[in-house]
Design a protein. Structure first.
Length: 298
């Protein structure tokens, strides 16, 4: 089982689920009915489990090329495992990986249909975008934007569960916030960790194409955008989220995003990229804790 959980990066996936919970509570203003909450949690877990597995399935050829004759780096604390990339390492067969993906993707489809049939479109779009993201590795650094769109699908689906007809403008605000967080706090730092391997295989990531100076600048700018956009999110909620909420959100953004992002910008050190990745991975959990406190208070 450890091989399958490593394939789906289960620890990271669980942290990502927190962002879907945050989005649902923010837009609804209270906890949904228990049956809806239970099915939504299972569906979200299944979706993230399937998508992270798909990432390794689609990228297995490049992963094998990356790590041929070299040890796989330890990664970050949220992904630290000697079983990372189990298919590329030959520790899990491709067929079993495909079966694992198919099982959880089917669960996600069924759950989405039960929650809101329109969600099926989101679930169908997710593997298309994830596949495009993987295939663009050697094509363009713009793939990092695709990564942000993929990461936003879970929270968008969560909103559609509790608010069937959300404002498109406010939904766009949330997506922009998520894309900025994913780019600056997750995708570019992860690429920074793999820069040597990516350079060897001809990947077109921001750290490889533009170098650490530009990459650090993009990280800092996108994280600043994420913090600012996060302060605007109360407009989408029926809750009375005033200055106390914004101060809490600001503290979370500064501590988990801006401060480690600034240290990476100044040092251009790969170890700081790892620390930023870990801190930014906790950002969804922090946001969920903050909005939950206000929901319970209200």
């Amino acid at each position: 089982m450890r091989k399958y959980l490593a394939l789906s990066r289960s620890t990271h996936g669980l942290l990502d689920i927190a962002m879907t919970g945050f989005a649902a509570l923010l837009w609804l203003g209270h906890f949904p009915a228990w049956p809806v909450l239970a099915v939504a949690l299972v569906t979200a877990a299944a979706g993230y489990t399937a998508l992270y597995a798909l990432n390794d399935l689609v990228g297995v050829t490049v992963d094998r090329e990356k790590f041929a004759g070299a040890d796989i780096k330890a990664g970050y604390s949220v992904e630290a495992s000697d079983l990372r990339y189990p298919i590329a390492q030959g520790k899990l067969s491709l067929a079993r990986g495909v079966a694992w993906f198919a099982l959880w993707y089917l669960v996600a489809l069924v759950g989405a249909w039960w929650l809101n049939p329109f969600l099926v479109l989101v679930v169908l779009a997710a593997p298309v975008l994830e596949t495009a993201y993987c295939l663009l590795l050697k094509v363009t650094w713009w793939r990092t934007v695709v990564s942000g769109l993929v990461k936003s699908l879970g929270p968008v689906a969560a909103v559609l569960v509790v608010v069937p007809q959300p404002s498109l403008a406010w939904l766009g605000l949330m997506v922009a916030w998520l894309v900025a967080w994913e780019m600056g706090g997750q995708n570019i730092p992860a690429d920074w960790n793999d820069v040597e391997e990516d350079r060897r295989v001809g990947a077109r990531t921001i750290p490889v194409v533009f170098g650490p100076r530009v990459a650090g600048s993009v990280v800092l700018l996108t994280l600043a955008a994420a913090v600012v956009l996060g302060l605007c999110l109360p407009v989408v909620s029926p809750l009375a989220l005033g200055l106390p909420y914004q101060l809490a959100s600001l503290v979370a953004g500064v501590w988990l995003l801006l401060w480690p992002g600034l240290k990476l910008f100044l040092s251009r050190d790969g170890r700081q990229a790892a620390r930023l990745f870990d801190r930014a991975s906790l950002y969804p959990l922090a946001q969920l804790a903050i909005v939950t406190a206000f929901v319970l208070q209200g």
